[in-house]
Design a protein around this ligand. Structure first.
Ligand code: ATP
Length: 289
């Protein structure tokens, strides 16, 4: 639902701006033509295998590739972190896995099956995405968590909230799970919203996870709670982390360093520090900051 909601908010924002706005809106719709299922696309099996990029080339605009001949393996059940300067293509890599865009060359496979052979619905239903912008609708906390899986029982919701470290928040709310939050309700902090997103993803229980780490600083206590919940969420799932703060990915199974030149380094945290290359430089800059 993220893409349509993004489009709707774009429309609402542009509506009062007259024809200039209308023109921008049509541009947006033209640009964001969604990918379509192949006629013979099949429902995907349980996607608990490795994700592989084979010679992948992709650009948002013709003749302006963002990714060129990328080869990459994200092993089944492991956590792979992507780091690198802003604009290098980290988010782009992660958005190709749910097929938000079709690639221009090469292949992306999961369980050895090309993702273009699967129905989008069966592919996307097996991918959980936790982003820094969390969408909360006007409704109760319970309804907002249930959004992760509309068939979830109250017991499932309480369990997911516990795993996401939401217990203390629930206790502090005037009506617990039945407190109105979101647009017309109680305003929650960035860290609280993110834990709701984590609870939703526990409910969804997907084999593949994409975590887009928040860039904005949270207080240390909230940060620790979120990191702990994310660690539990990532357990036994094939996980991509788009990391901005290098300290948080110390324990990733594998780190991929992406720059405008493509993938320039890969390894564990200790290996990359030892290497004394791009990662070690980025790391020492962040430590100084
Ligand atoms: P950041 O750390 O700032 O999130 P990133 O490494 O995730 O950056 P991307 O967001 O993947 O980088 O962007 C890679 C390139 O693609 C950039 O040059 C960016 O301007 C461009 N880009 C990203 N999204 C779009 C889009 N929807 N349309 C056109 N160009 C885009």
């Amino acid at each position: 639902l993220f893409k349509p909601i993004e489009k709707i908010s774009a429309i609402l924002e542009l509506y009062p701006k007259g024809m200039a706005g209308f023109k921008r809106f049509t541009d947006l719709m033209d640009e964001e033509v969604d990918v379509v299922d192949k006629e013979d696309a099949k429902p995907a099996p349980l996607l608990d295998g490795a994700i592989e990029f084979n010679d992948v080339t992709f650009g948002y605009e013709e003749n302006r590739p963002v990714l060129k001949n990328v080869d990459l393996v994200i092993p089944a059940g492991k956590t792979v972190a992507f780091v690198g300067p802003s604009g290098a293509g980290k988010t782009t890599i992660s958005s190709l896995i749910p097929r938000f865009y079709d690639i221009n060359g090469g292949a992306i496979t999961i369980n050895g099956i090309n993702i273009t052979e699967m129905t989008k619905e069966s592919l996307r239903s097996q991918i959980g995405i936790v982003q820094q912008d969390v969408f909360l609708f006007g409704g109760t906390l319970r309804e907002n968590i249930r959004y992760g899986n509309l068939h979830a029982t109250d017991e499932d919701i309480y369990h997911a909230a516990k795993l996401a470290n939401l217990d203390a928040l629930v206790e502090s709310l005037p009506n617990g799970y039945d407190t109105q939050i979101g647009q017309r309700g109680l305003k929650l902090s960035g860290g609280q919203k993110q834990r709701i997103a984590i609870a939703r993803t526990f409910l969804k229980n997907p084999p593949i996870l994409i975590l887009d780490e928040a860039t904005s600083a949270l207080d240390t206590e909230t940060e620790a709670l979120i990191q702990q919940s994310l660690k539990e969420l990532a357990e036994d799932r094939t996980t991509l982390v788009i990391a901005h703060r290098l300290a948080t990915i110390r324990h990733a199974d594998h780190i991929v360093v992406v720059t405008k030149d493509g993938i320039v380094e890969q390894g564990t945290y200790d290996e990359l520090i030892e290497n004394n290359g791009v990662f070690a430089t980025l790391n020492s800059i962040q430590i100084k900051q």
